[in-house]
Design a protein around this ligand. Structure first.
Ligand code: KG4
Ligand code: ZN
Length: 452
C-alpha cells in the first residue's frame, strides 16, 4: 500500500510517498481492507519519493516564522513538490476509471474550488496538474492537521481534501507530534542506507527501512519549535502527556536567544555551532551552580528553570529573559563571550530536559526513552542524553550495564529530526491499517491539537 504524506505545519513544505505492507480496496464504495498486522519487528517500509522545501531563507529576515507568509509559500510549493515526489517514485498510473477530471463548472470542480477557495493559486496549479497527470497508484493520503500554525496547516489540509476527492482515496489526519515519535522509531541502519543513497544523488531510501525495537513503557521527550513535552506510552500508539512547557518551547527559546545574540533564524543550529566552538576552547573550566556572577569570558551562569520542581513541566521563557539581562548588563559581547553564553544556554536547556526525562524514566520504570522534534537534531543534547542515561543506570543505580531493563534510547537521524513528510506518512499508515480515516468534507486544521 502506498501513502502520500503531506506536511505544512510550520515553515517546511514536504510531500512524500512511502510504501508499506497491505492493501486498500480499489473500487469506489468498497470498505478499506485492513491487513493482518505485521509484527513490528518485521515491519518494513520504503520511501519512494521525498520532496521538501524549507522556507527558512524567506522567514530569516523577520527573525521567525510569519504564519501568513508560510501559508502563501506552502500554497505556491505543494503542487511542484507533489510533482517532484511522484517523478522520483515513478509509480504506475492507474487506468482512468477512478480519475476525476476537473471539468469547469461540474460538481467536482465546484467542490474542489470551494475547498481551495482561500488558496486560488493552489487551485489553479492543481487543475493544470490534474490535466497533465494520471491518477497515481496511491492508496491513502496522510496529512498533518495539527498542532502548528493554523494558516499553514490549513493549506496542507485543504490540498489533501481536494486530492482525496479527485482521486477518490481515503484521508488520514495525523498529529504532528505523533509524527515526530514515528520519525525516531526508524532504525539507525535505515538512516545509514538513506545517507548512502543521498551521496549517489537520490536523496531517497531505496533500501527498506525498519523500526528499532520498542520495549514498553516508552517515554518520549518531544522538543521542537512549538512544543516541549514528555509523553508516556504504555502500549503501541497510546499516549499520555505527563509534562509540558508552561510558556516557551525549548526550540523557541533557542531561536529567541539567537536573535538576542544577533544570529540568523533558525537559531537552534547557530547556538549549537557556537556552543560547540566554546567547548573546544574552554574544556578545563568547571562550573558550579550558585557561582557569583562574573561577566568575564567562560563564566556566564544561567538558571535551570523548574529543574527541582516535583512535576514534569518545563519553563523556558525565564531562561531567555536571563540571557537578555546578561547581554544588557555586559554591553557589546566579544565573539568569545557570545560563544560562551551560547554554551551556557545550551547546557542549561540540556540540564533541565535531561534531568526531568531521567526522573520520569525512573518513576514510570520505562524501558525505552525516545527523543524527537527539531531540537533533537542538537548534537550536544543527543550526546548528553545518551551519556546521562548510561551513567544514571550504571553508576547511580548501580545496575549492570547489560541489564535488559535499562532503558534504550531512540534518536532520529538529523534528516528526520526536523519536520518532514515521511514521519506523517508513517503515522498515517498505522492509522490507515486501523481504518481511522477522516471525512474530507469536514476535516479541519487544529493549531492546538493535543496528543493525549
Ligand atoms: O520540529 P521542527 O522542525 O518544527 C516544529 O515542529 O517546530 O523544530 C524546529 C525547531 C526550531 O526552533 C529550531 O531552532 C530547532 O528546532 N532546531 C535546533 C537544532 N536544529 C533545529 N535546536 C537546537 N539545536 C539544533 N541543532
Ligand atoms: Zn515539528
Amino acid at each position: 500500500m502506498r501513502i502520500l504524506g503531506i506536511e505544512t505545519s510550520c515553515d517546511e513544505t514536504a510531500v512524500c510517498i512511502i510504501e508499506a505492507p497491505g492493501d486498500v480496496a480499489t473500487d469506489k464504495g468498497d470498505a478499506f481492507m485492513p491487513i493482518k498486522a505485521t509484527p513490528l519487528s518485521a515491519f518494513q517500509f520504503r520511501v519512494l519519493g521525498n520532496a521538501l522545501y524549507s522556507q527558512v531563507a524567506i522567514h530569516a529576515p523577520y527573525g521567525g516564522v510569519f504564519p501568513n507568509l508560510a501559508k502563501r509559500e506552502h500554497a505556491k510549493n505543494l503542487v511542484p513538490l507533489l510533482t517532484q515526489a511522484l517523478t522520483q517514485a515513478d509509480l504506475p498510473s492507474l487506468e482512468n476509471k477512478r480519475r476525476r477530471l476537473l471539468l469547469k463548472g461540474d460538481a467536482f470542480y465546484l467542490e474542489v474550488e470551494n475547498i481551495l477557495t482561500r488558496e486560488p493559486e493552489l487551485f489553479e496549479q492543481l487543475t493544470v496538474f490534474l490535466e497533465t497527470h494520471d491518477r497515481p497508484d496511491i492508496d491513502a493520503i496522510a496529512v498533518t492537521h495539527g498542532p502548528g500554525l493554523e494558516p499553514a496547516l490549513w493549506v496542507g489540509v485543504n490540498f489533501a481534501r481536494a486530492l482525496s476527492i479527485v482521486w477518490n482515496i481515503p484521508i488520514v489526519a495525523v498529529n504532528h507530534m505523533e509524527g515526530h515519535i514515528f520519525a525516531s522509531l526508524i532504525k539507525q541502519n535505515s538512516h545509514e542506507a538513506a545517507s548512502c543513497e543521498k551521496e549517489n544523488g537520490y536523496g531517497l531510501m531505496s533500501s527498506p527501512c525498519t523500526f528499532d525495537v520498542i520495549r514498553y513503557p516508552l517515554l518520549s521527550l518531544l522538543i521542537s519549535g512549538g512544543h516541549t513535552e514528555l509523553v508516556l506510552s504504555r502500549a503501541w500508539m497510546q499516549y499520555e502527556r505527563i509534562g509540558q512547557t508552561r510558556d516557551d518551547a525549548v526550540g523557541e527559546a533557542f531561536d529567541k536567544v539567537a536573535r538576542i545574540l544577533n544570529l540568523p533564524y533558525p537559531g537552534g543550529p547557530q547556538i549549537s555551532r557556537l556552543a560547540e566552538e566554546a567547548r573546544k576552547t574552554v574544556t578545563s573550566l568547571t562550573y558550579h551552580r550558585g557561582d557569583k556572577l562574573n561577566l568575564s569570558p567562560s563564566t556566564f551562569r544561567l538558571p535551570r528553570p523548574m529543574i527541582e520542581s516535583a512535576d514534569y513541566d518545563f519553563s523556558f521563557s525565564g531562561l531567555k529573559t536571563a540571557v537578555k539581562r546578561l547581554v544588557e548588563a555586559t554591553g557589546t559581547l566579544s565573539n568569545d563571550q557570545k560563544k560562551d553564553l551560547a554554551r551556557e544556554f545550551e547546557d542549561a536547556a540540556a540540564d533541565v530536559l535531561i534531568g526531568k526525562t531521567l526522573r520520569a524514566a525512573e518513576e514510570y520504570g520505562v524501558h525505552t526513552v525516545l527523543v524527537g522534534g527539531g531540537v533533537s537534531a542538537n548534537k550536544h543534547i543527543r550526546h548528553r542524553l545518551a551519556e546521562s542515561i548510561k551513567k544514571h543506570y550504571t553508576t547511580h543505580k548501580k545496575l549492570d550495564p547489560s541489564d535488559p531493563t535499562n532503558p534504550t534510547l531512540l534518536i532520529p537521524s538529523p534528516e528526520f529530526a526536523t519536520d518532514n513528510a515521511v514521519m506523517i506518512a508513517l503515522a498515517g499508515y498505522f492509522h490507515a491499517i486501523k481504518e481511522e480515516f477522516a471525512d474530507p468534507a469536514t476535516l479541519r486544521a487544529h493549531g492546538n491539537l493535543h496528543l493525549s
